[in-house]
Design a protein around this ligand. Sequence first.
Ligand SMILES: *Cc1c(COP(=O)(O)O)cnc(C)c1O
Length: 357
Amino acid sequence: MLNFTVGPVQSSECVRAIGAENVPYFRTPEFSNLMLENERMILDFANAPEGSRAIFLTGSGTAAMEAAVMNALTRADKALVVNGGSFGTRFVQLLQRHDIPYDEIKLERGQPLREEDLARYEGGDYTTFLINACETSTGVKYDMDIVAQFCKRNNAFLIVDAISYFLAEEFDMTELDAGIMITGSQKALACPPGISILALAPSALEKIASTSVKCMYFDLKDALKNGERGQTPFTPAVATLIQIHERLKEIEALGGAQEESRRIGALARYFRNALVDLPFELATASPCASVTSLHPTTASAYDIFTTLKDEYEIWVCPNGGELRDLVFRVGHIGALTTDDYDVLLDAFRDMQRRALI
Ligand SMILES: *Cc1c(COP(=O)(O)O)cnc(C)c1O
């Protein structure tokens, strides 16, 4: 099987080998050290400001999105949220669920964020800005610089869901002055799903300390306190955390986050440059390096997904809802090489010969 979805993605051999081991007991100095190293490497790769902390929450990416909303916002806040697809909609649903007043910048699917989309919200007393740096459902990358400038001008606390962006694009928490960066184990970290990560700037730590959270599992105060000694309040996904450690060390040894995003960017370019003779159009003018969204002009996107899976043992990522037949996605995260893309491109050419596309 060759997996080009956007998560879970293919893992390196050493990460997979850990999955075959028994899960060790974790209330030990050894596991604490591993967790402290995990925290250090995440904060380093995100270039988080001095005094930041990272939390590893057992739960998928949405768990960290919900924890961010519950710990950094109250009903006294006013949020501004970018909604350009299903992950933007998820932030909106979380704000609704937790009774946080908000306004929504609704974008067409695949549409980049422009200065003029932000202009009418200028001076709107927003305390918090929420955005998915990459809206994975359409593969669109948002211009984080104009977002950061908007937040600085308007004194808004910035929460970035970088789940499919972190390590695929350069992400600098300090430069963006982001309060919270969220990522997850099954995207560019290329580990099994189950862990979501919050990098928290000192501004976020202040908010967490003063917010009363009506939920035990998602109250980050306890997680921060336990994390000081490299522990978690409850049993975490121990094996996944050990795999994350292996993977973070692997990235560090190969030159760090910058080098990893360069590698992923090169794979994305390799694939996009090879598409010229195929009947696909890019579904967004501003694609993120982690994923290429394609609109097939001669066949149903969902049929292409099914044929690749059933007849070629290749997985691309289908879309749901109204995009089901219009768009499919090819990921560039995980343990993939240009040879793997050659296999996919050959399959497309074979499907072309068979008049399937
Ligand atoms: C994958 C992803 C998530 C997390 O989804 P889960 O299924 O909860 O892991 C959230 N936001 C974005 C932008 C994503 O790509």
